[in-house]
Ligand binder design. Structure first.
Ligand code: IN0
Length: 456
């Protein structure tokens, strides 16, 4: 029933969902090599949308990125497991980049899928060792630097915004830098733009940290929080206070403050994406960024962040995956999300409203200045006009059909229809009346929906 309603309301999203489902079926075909098969099967389990996005890449680079992802997930599992004593955890994080070369190495920790990843990590190690040396070097180097950063933050709090940036650099910015190095190693890109690559990771990671407030604070056996104290202490005595309904106003103000901070990285991300040459690399990088901007838009001003999960509609996520093909689409989505977010800013009550509006305006300006965006807007406008004319024309045809089916305005006599039809007894007449009613109601709903859409 829910699907039927979606089909009526958003037929375009349904089509995208179907195409994404087909794409994800393709992924379930695993490679023959058992080690690599384990890696892809694990990737499918721990990260559904990343597993789809990675399909954009050619086979050699895809294998390297898949292994890179799992190695980092392994490191992350050690960092996240609060039952490991600090004196064991720190050396494990620091040595992870060396142990990756040892197929015998095992460090059981984590839970659910991550427990299995750690138990069977030798498959990841074996696949890593089969990669070309230039990929191995990039992965090992990023793992070393990230392990050092994580070890540092075991004993250092994420207190200031500067520290927040530093922590996010270690766990996500380095991923952006490492991926860029892999693209260069694969001969697909010519240079690594460190600053922008770092921002790509920060934008994604800050979005995750903001969205996952409740999940992280409820984490057992101990919460792990990454909201910077410099920001939350302006709105509460303790970070846990935001869970309480009576603090919801300050909680949302704090949330908006952090979303505004994350927006600081958006211009760099747009610059990074605009500079990519290879189409496959572009789609792989662009989809998560558009998703992140959409998630920030959904989280902004949303009390639900403190009560449950705020997640993008499946249809919307599928549309992003299916329709992010070039820079014009990225600009289009960033522009639309920035516009939606602007409409949510409460200039009366939000103390950061002016900064938020300024950052959103900067993003919109970057998008609008691009000729790709302008061309896209023009073609979208033409397409909308054509669609709207077609919808009205079809509606008009259905009205004519209803007039005929119900014998209004003497249409049946004019057309010489037999008397039986006129008297309302034949099954043909009933059939025409039922079909006309159905078509008229359906098309009226579509006309109304497109009218409402054009007004908003
Ligand atoms: C990622 C990033 C990622 C993908 C593509 C290009 C990137 C460029 C720079 C930095 C990171 C890039 O993407 C994944 C996306 C992901 O895992 N999504 C989850 C959904 C979610 O909401 O968490 C999913 O289930 O699919 C990402 O979040 N990270 C990541 C990790 C490793 C690699 Cl190789 C690429 C994690 C992080 C911390 C944001 C970098």
């Amino acid at each position: 029933m829910e699907k039927m309603w979606l089909l009526l309301q958003r037929p375009d999203e349904m089509a995208c969902m179907w195409r994404v489902r087909m794409a994800s079926r393709r992924i379930t075909k695993l490679p023959k090599d058992p080690d690599l098969a384990f890696c892809y099967a694990m990737l499918n389990r721990v990260s559904r949308s990343f597993a789809i996005v990675i399909q954009q890449l050619g086979q050699e680079l895809r294998d390297a990125v898949c292994i890179f992802y799992l190695v980092l997930r392994g490191l992350d599992t050690v960092e996240d497991d609060m039952s490991i004593p600090v004196e064991r955890k720190i050396p494990t994080l620091l040595d992870f980049h060396k142990t990756m070369y040892d197929t015998e190495w095992k460090f059981p920790c984590g839970d659910k899928d991550y427990q299995e990843l750690m138990d069977k990590f030798h498959h990841v190690t074996a696949s890593f060792l089969r990669l070309h040396r230039r990929y191995q070097e990039v992965i090992a180097d990023v793992t070393r630097r990230m392990g050092e950063g994580m070890a540092k933050f075991i004993t250092t709090d994420v207190d200031s915004v500067q520290r927040w940036d530093e922590y996010c650099h270690y766990v996500a910015g380095l991923v952006g830098i490492g991926l860029s190095e892999l693209f260069v190693a694969a001969g697909l890109e010519s240079s690594v733009r460190q600053e922008q690559a770092n921002s790509m990771g920060l934008f994604l990671q800050k979005t995750n940290i903001i969205r996952d407030y409740l999940e992280d604070i409820c984490e057992q056996p101990a919460p792990r929080m990454f909201w910077p104290k410099e920001v939350w202490s302006c709105y509460a005595e303790q970070l846990e206070d935001f869970k309480d309904d009576k603090h919801i106003d300050s909680a949302v103000k704090c949330l908006n403050h952090l979303v505004t901070d994350a927006l600081r990285h958006a211009p760099d991300c747009l610059e990074y994406l605009a500079g990519l040459k290879a189409r496959a690399v572009f789609r792989f990088c662009a989809i998560p960024q558009v998703m992140a901007m959409g998630t920030l838009m959904l989280c902004y001003g949303e009390p639900q962040v403190f009560k449950g999960v705020v997640k993008m509609r499946r249809g919307m996520a599928a549309k992003i995956m299916d329709k992010t093909l070039g820079m014009a689409d990225v600009y289009g989505s960033f522009y639309d999300f920035a516009t939606w977010m602007t409409s949510k800013v409460d200039t009366e009550r939000d103390p950061n409203a002016h900064v938020t509006l300024k950052r959103l305006k900067d993003i919109q300006d970057i998008c609008m200045q691009s000729s790709a965006f302008q061309a896209r807007q023009r073609s979208l406008m033409l397409q909308m006009k054509a669609e709207s004319s077609a919808t009205w024309a079809v509606w008009f045809l259905f009205i004519l059909y209803a007039v005929f089916a119900f014998g209004l305005l003497g249409t049946q006599e004019t057309m010489g229809i037999p008397v039986a039809f006129e008297e309302g007894t034949s099954s043909t007449e009933l059939y025409h009346k039922a079909l006309a009613s159905l078509l008229l109601v359906g098309s009226t709903l579509v006309v109304l929906q497109s009218f409402i859409d054009s007004k908003s």
